[in-house]
Design a binder for this molecule. Structure first.
Ligand SMILES: [Zn+2]
Ligand SMILES: [Zn+2]
Ligand SMILES: [Zn+2]
Ligand SMILES: [Zn+2]
Length: 492
C-alpha cells in the first residue's frame, strides 16, 4: 500500500489519497468480499448458484432446510454459499413459504445476505471490527424511510424471532446496521453463468464517489469474487482516488436521484456541478423557441431549478422537463427494433441534443444490435451499416473518453466493438477500389491499435465472464496475419 493512504475528514468520512503520482493501469489493491448473496427484492433463486428457481410449490428445494436450491446444487455433497444458513434454518425449523405466484418478487430471500454477513461476523470478528463495523450505514436517514419499516418486519423480526438469532447475541441494532451497510456499500457482480448478485467489499467502499471516476475494478467470479482495483488515468500525488457508485451513462438528474435514494448523499463532482456535463451536453434539450439553443438546468445540484435556453430568453420549469423526458423514455422502452431506434433518433433530433443520454442509450442499443442481432450479423452487414456502426461506436467512445477516461472497461468494450467494422468496411472499400492498398493498410493498422488498447485493459478481466477478453486476443492474431498478407500481396 505504498501508492495511497486512508485519510479522514468530516466532509467525506474516510477516503483514499495517492501518496505518489499513479500511472494509468497501475494496480492499487485487491478486495475479497466479506459476504456475497442475493440482491434485495430479487425473484426466487438458488441459494448456492443463484440461478432462477420457481418460488411456487413445484420449485426445487434444499432437502435439509426446504429453502430454494436448484436441482444441480441439491445433488452437491458439499455446499459453500448456502451451508451456514442451512444449518441455522434447520436448527430453528425455519421453513421457506412457497409463493402463490411465480412472478412476484421473493421478499423472504431479503434476509439471506444480511444473515450471511451476521454469520461471517461470528466467524471472523476481527475483520468485522476492523473493516465492516466502521462502514457507513446512514442509520439516521434510513430510519425515516418506508424501507426501514419493511426491513424491520421482513428481516429484523424474522432473524431474531423464527431464526432464533437472539439466542446468539444478535440485536436489532446490529441487524439494522448490517442492512444499512449492505444497502449503501454493496456492489453488483455477475456469477459465471451471468446471474446478478451483491457483494460486500470493504476496501473499495472507502474510496470516494465521483461521476468521473479515476479507478476501475474488475470482479473475478471464478476466484471467489475477488476484486482488483486499478488507476485508469494519471492520478497526481495528493489527489483522491474515486470510484463511481452509480451509472456514468445516466444524466445528472438520474444520477443525483439514484445516489440520494440509494446512498443518501448529493454528489458535487465537477460533472454534476456543470449544466453542460463537461461540455458533452449529456442532459441538454433543444430549445423549441429559437430552435438552435441548448436548454440546460440553471443549477444541476438543485432538482427544482429552472431550465434556461443559452441563446434566447426561453425558460422551462424542472417539472416539465422531467415530464417530457419520462414520456420520451416510455416511448422508446416499448421496442428495441433497429428500425424503430433509427427512426426515433431522427425524430428526437429537434428535442434532444445528439449527446443527450436518451439519444446515447438508443445509440448504444443500436451498437448492440448491429453485428450481433439476427439478420444484422457482422458478416451480413452492408457497407452503409458497417459505416453506421463505426460512426456510433466513435460517438460513444468520445463520451466515454470524458466520463470514464483512460483505461476503463467501458472504453475497452467499446473499442472492441469498433475494431471489427473498421476492418470489414475497409476491406470492402478496398475490394471495390475506393481505397488504395496504402489506405487499406492504414485502416487495418488503426483497427489494430484500437483492438490492442482494448486487449490491454481487458487483460484484467475474468475470462469466464468477459468473452471479449478471449476474442480480443484471437482477433489480434488474425489482424496481424491479415496485415502481413496485405503487405505481401500485389496492388490490385
Ligand atoms: Zn444452484
Ligand atoms: Zn438448506
Ligand atoms: Zn457527480
Ligand atoms: Zn432558445
Amino acid at each position: 500500500m505504498d501508492s495511497f493512504e486512508i485519510q479522514k475528514n468530516s466532509e467525506f468520512g474516510r477516503y483514499l489519497i495517492a501518496t505518489r503520482d499513479l500511472q494509468p493501469g497501475e494496480y492499487l489493491f485487491e478486495d475479497t468480499p466479506f459476504a456475497i448473496g442475493p440482491k434485495a427484492r430479487t425473484s426466487c433463486c438458488c441459494l448456492e448458484c443463484y440461478c432462477p428457481v420457481l418460488g411456487t410449490a413445484s420449485g426445487s428445494r434444499c432437502e435439509k432446510c426446504s429453502w430454494p436450491l436448484c436441482a444441480d446444487c441439491s445433488k452437491l455433497t458439499k455446499l459453500t454459499a448456502h451451508k451456514r444458513e442451512c444449518e441455522v434454518f434447520q436448527a430453528a425449523k425455519c421453513k421457506f413459504y412457497n409463493l402463490p405466484d411465480p412472478n412476484v418478487s421473493c421478499i423472504q430471500l431479503d434476509c439471506i445476505t444480511p444473515l450471511r454477513v451476521l454469520l461471517e461476523r461470528e466467524a471472523d470478528m476481527d475483520r468485522w471490527n476492523i473493516e465492516v463495523y466502521p462502514m457507513e450505514d446512514h442509520r439516521d436517514k434510513r430510519f425515516e424511510t418506508d424501507a426501514w419499516d419493511a426491513d424491520q418486519q421482513n428481516i429484523v423480526g424474522y432473524l431474531l424471532g423464527p431464526c432464533k438469532l437472539k439466542d446468539r447475541g444478535i440485536t436489532e441494532e446490529i441487524i439494522q446496521k448490517v442492512i444499512g451497510i449492505l444497502e449503501v456499500n454493496t456492489f453488483e457482480a455477475k456469477t459465471i453463468k451471468g446471474y446478478s448478485i451483491r457483494c460486500l467489499y470493504t476496501k473499495l467502499a472507502i474510496s470516494s464517489h465521483s461521476c468521473i471516476p479515476n479507478t476501475t475494478h474488475a470482479i473475478h467470479p471464478s476466484d471467489n469474487y475477488k476484486m482488483h482495483v486499478r488507476a485508469t488515468t494519471v492520478i497526481p500525488k495528493g489527489s483522491q482516488l474515486y470510484s463511481c457508485y452509480t451509472y456514468t451513462l445516466n444524466g445528472t438528474m438520474d444520477r443525483q436521484q439514484h445516489l440520494m435514494e440509494g446512498k443518501y448523499f448529493q454528489c458535487h463532482c465537477e460533472r454534476c456541478s456543470d449544466p453542460t456535463e463537461l461540455r458533452t451536453h449529456f442532459s441538454s434539450m433543444k430549445c423549441r423557441d429559437c430552435l438552435y439553443g441548448d436548454v440546460d438546468s440553471s443549477n444541476p445540484l438543485d432538482a427544482e431549478a429552472i431550465w434556461k435556453c443559452n441563446k434566447c430568453p426561453m425558460e422551462i420549469p424542472a417539472e416539465s422537463i422531467r415530464e417530457s423526458l419520462k414520456a420520451l423514455q416510455n416511448e422508446i422502452e416499448c421496442t428495441n427494433s433497429v428500425e424503430f431506434l433509427e427512426f426515433s433518433l431522427e425524430e428526437y433530433e429537434g428535442i434532444l441534443h445528439p449527446n443527450h443520454y436518451i439519444m446515447i442509450s438508443m445509440k448504444s442499443a443500436l451498437i448492440d444490435s448491429y453485428g450481433h442481432m439476427k439478420s444484422y450479423l457482422l458478416a451480413e452487414l452492408p457497407d452503409i451499416l458497417l459505416h453506421r456502426k463505426i460512426e456510433l461506436c466513435e460517438e460513444l467512445l468520445s463520451i466515454l473518453d470524458i466520463f470514464e477516461k483512460g483505461m476503463s472497461r467501458a472504453r475497452a468494450l467499446m473499442m472492441y466493438e469498433l475494431h471489427a467494422p473498421i476492418v470489414l468496411y475497409a476491406r470492402s472499400q478496398y475490394d471495390i477500389g475506393h481505397l488504395t492498398k496504402l489506405e487499406y493498410l492504414e485502416q487495418l493498422e488503426k483497427a489494430r491499435r484500437i483492438l490492442n488498447e482494448s486487449r490491454e485493459i481487458l487483460e484484467w478481466e475474468d475470462e469466464n465472464v468477459c468473452t471479449a477478453k478471449a476474442f480480443s486476443l484471437k482477433s489480434l492474431k488474425y489482424l496481424d496475419s491479415l496485415i502481413v498478407n496485405v503487405k505481401n500481396c500485389e496492388e490490385l
